[in-house]
Design a protein around this ligand. Structure first.
Ligand code: COI
Length: 358
């Protein structure tokens, strides 16, 4: 695989109007530039370019449309106080993309060279990195199968691209506790499937449950295991943590759960702070019992988009389980504050998580 990319730069002649920084929402406005490169079995990765953000032209037979051979990532850049831009754990995201690529029979990208291209592109887009509190630049690397063919086989052609958008909080609630529907009918992933790959099909398959949950006034779905519909897996857009008897509990990665980078950040910080942590299977019966006798004090999700999102209430089989009186708990708050400060360069980077663009 090539480790250096020759990148062509095409500058924009029409920079876009900047958004209302105090009212960004999530994922609606895109920056001036994008990165793209092509792959085929003869040339490998080629035609890498940073160019003005714009549409892709694809053959209607492009295999992504028919067989969903697609993977993506989500990471963020932040504006530091000294005006530099900070990428949070970008190499971990690009490496995870490569693991998804292997699972989905797609070519790996040269992660270091792509990181350099990303830095170059964000430098051009630097006026798009928000410096308002709670806001960041969300970065979406994506790979799709582009070979025009309707027979089923791994595509012989791909495009990899990166687009960016300035974002505020992912949930309308912001950092306020969310209400989560515990899904005990539909399932997200089963052992041996593609649950641990970040592939669009996992998200498409979740939409039915998600839309039914929103009709019940919930923000997201908590998935249970596919076999027994009993053990907690993850939330629609994040991993899940519980605080039970002062112990932080999260389901283990076992092939069906997305190996979250923010999940790993939480586990690493918890170890730094000497907190008791357990990665173990936990059933809804355990959660209900712990909630009933006051041992369950907090629950929160972790993910790039939402960072840390406290759960105020679970709805499970028509029962409402209130967590911490529906308020944000001290553990979730500590993770949220610390992660945000590390991401903005306000705390020491003890784990080499930050990549700066000066
Ligand atoms: C992220 O947290 O970055 C994700 O990719 C989740 C997505 C549904 C917004």
């Amino acid at each position: 695989m090539i480790s250096n990319l020759e990148i062509t730069l095409r500058k924009t002649e029409q920079p876009k109007k900047k958004p209302d920084w105090n009212n960004l929402g999530f994922g609606k406005q895109f920056t001036d530039y994008m990165f793209a490169m092509q792959w085929n079995s003869k040339k490998g990765w080629h035609d890498a370019e940073i160019r003005p953000y714009g549409s892709l032209t694809l053959d209607p037979a492009a295999m992504v449309f028919h067989y969903a051979q697609e993977i993506f990532e989500g990471l963020k850049a932040y504006c530091a106080q000294d005006g530099s831009i900070i990428l949070f754990r970008p190499v971990d995201n690009l490496n995870r993309l490569n693991r998804s690529a292997l699972r989905m029979c797609m070519p790996e990208i040269p992660a270091q060279a792509v990181l350099e291209a990303l830095k170059q592109m964000i430098d051009l887009d630097r006026d798009w990195v928000p410096n308002t509190p709670g806001a960041s630049l969300y970065i979406r690397p994506t790979m799709i199968a582009t070979e025009a063919a309707v027979g089923l086989h791994p595509s012989n052609e791909y495009i990899f691209f990166i687009i960016c958008c300035p974002v505020g909080a992912y949930y309308a609630e912001g950092f306020k506790p969310t209400k989560i529907y515990v899904e005990d009918q539909y399932v997200r992933a089963t052992a041996g499937g593609v649950g641990e790959a970040k592939t669009g099909g996992n998200y498409a398959a979740s939409l039915k449950a998600f839309s039914e949950a929103t009709k019940k006034g919930c923000t997201q779905v908590l998935w249970l295991d596919a076999l027994e519909h009993k053990y907690v897996e993850e939330v629609g857009t994040s991993n899940i943590f519980f605080v039970i008897n002062d112990e932080i509990v999260t389901p283990p990665l076992g092939g069906t759960i997305l190996p979250g980078i923010t999940r790993d950040t939480v586990l690493t910080l918890a170890a730094d702070w000497g907190l008791k942590v357990s990665e173990r299977r936990i059933s809804m019966d355990d959660i209900m019992a712990a909630a009933r006798d006051g041992r369950l004090t907090e629950a929160f999700g972790s993910g790039t988009a939402a960072v840390i999102s406290p759960v105020g209430e679970f709805v499970y089989q028509d029962k409402n389980i209130l967590i911490g009186n529906g308020q944000t708990g001290t553990v979730a708050q500590r993770f949220f504050d610390t992660i945000q400060q590390v991401q903005r360069g306000l705390l020491p980077d003890q784990h080499d998580w930050l990549v700066r663009i000066n």
